[in-house]
Design a protein around this ligand. Structure first.
Ligand code: OKP
Ligand code: ZN
Length: 347
């Protein structure tokens, strides 16, 4: 399996996030990707290469120009407020919820942060743009390699992407790497692409990007949004809209779901994907479903991740795996690489 990795991810290093009224150390930290790349190399799963940079135009296939402009300049705008801001991460504090206008971009930096975000748990840092951009490069390169004949590829991206929408960040995510990979496959000649999102959290950004389209099937297994982040999307009755009706499948599971329940949902997901008969598959690979994850509640064991990879491999589809969540840092490498190894043995 060919892996795409860019060490610039390490430049996105949030200091703290706001959690239950307190500033706590960020869960989404550089060590996550460092440990995965080390385990991938240790197990000799394949070559690890640095991606070529993709054009801004390919990011604009998914994200709006004004959001990309905001994101690229946000850190400089933050510094322009006060040079002392260099020592602090930027957070939004006000949002245009129902009845407020989101069609006019305010001049005020905090107000623009709120316009382009969904939560206060996602620090924007000096290295956020470079990390997000080089992560997106990994994802698009991983998709492109499938078009060149690779059977399985891995985009070792950080920060994650599946909560990011066309024009907002949140849930630790800034650019939607999985969506960019799927769109690149289509732009390069694939007719249909499926995205399987197995991160613990619902991929609200990915769902919303493709909700009205039938050329991308989105299937997600996740913690029930009644109790789990991102709370406001991910219910089973969200099945797509317009041309996209029938091309969105959510499989929410209650807190504490067992491996048996999780694998039953995976079977449902795989049956739907097989019937869609896509040309390629993108997997949003989060391992925060592991029993020991500090911010999640499922109970998968490390060996289960091998079985997940095998089941995905049996689909017989070219697949680009895009790294998302997983916060139990000690185990993260083993769990991620288990999925990839399982895929390799079955594909
Ligand atoms: C990103 B991905 C915990 C609060 C939860 C948002 C979680 C985002 C998860 N301190 N904040 O889907 O793994
Ligand atoms: Zn997650």
């Amino acid at each position: 399996m060919l892996a795409f990795y860019n060490e610039h991810h390490g430049q996105h290093r949030g200091r703290v996030e706001i959690y239950r009224g307190e500033m706590v150390p960020c869960f989404e930290k550089p060590e996550r990707a460092d440990l995965v790349v080390a385990e991938f190399a240790r197990r000799g799963l394949g070559q690890i290469v640095t991606p070529r940079g993709v054009s801004l135009a390919s990011l604009e296939r998914i994200h709006t120009p004004r959001y990309l402009h905001f994101l690229r300049n946000a850190w400089n705008d933050w510094l322009a407020l006060d040079p002392a801001n260099a020592g602090k991460d930027a957070f939004p504090s006000v949002w245009p919820v129902r009845s407020l206008r989101d069609d006019i971009e305010p001049d005020n930096f905090s107000a623009r942060m709120g316009l382009y975000s969904m939560d206060s748990g996602t620090p924007l840092t000096a290295g956020t743009w470079i990390a997000a951009k080089t992560g997106a490069d990994c994802a698009v390169n991983a998709a492109h390699a499938l078009r060149l004949g690779e059977k399985g590829t891995f985009a070792l991206t950080r920060p994650p992407g599946h909560h990011a929408g066309a024009d907002f960040f949140g849930g630790y995510c800034f650019l939607n790497n999985a969506a960019l990979a799927a769109q690149h496959l289509l732009d390069d000649g694939a007719r249909k692409v499926a995205i399987l999102d197995i991160d613990y959290h619902h991929g609200n950004g990915t769902q919303s990007i493709f909700y009205r389209r039938d050329d991308v099937l989105f299937v997600s297994i996740h913690g029930d949004p009644r109790t789990e982040f991102p709370f406001y999307l991910g219910h089973a009755d969200e099945t797509g809209d317009g041309a996209g009706l029938g091309y969105n499948m959510n499989l929410p599971l209650a807190r504490g779901a067992t491996p048996a329940q999780w694998f039953a949902a995976l079977e449902t997901a795989c049956i739907r994907i097989a019937s869609y008969a896509p040309d390629a598959l993108v997997v949003s690979l989060g391992v925060d479903t592991w029993a020991g994850d500090p911010i999640s509640s499922f109970t998968l064991q490390s060996a289960d991740f091998l079985r997940i990879g095998e089941r995905i491999g049996y689909l017989g589809l070219p697949a680009a795996f895009v790294f998302e969540g997983g916060y139990a840092v000690d185990e993260i490498g083993v769990n991620v690489v288990n999925v990839l190894e399982g895929f390799e043995t079955a594909a």
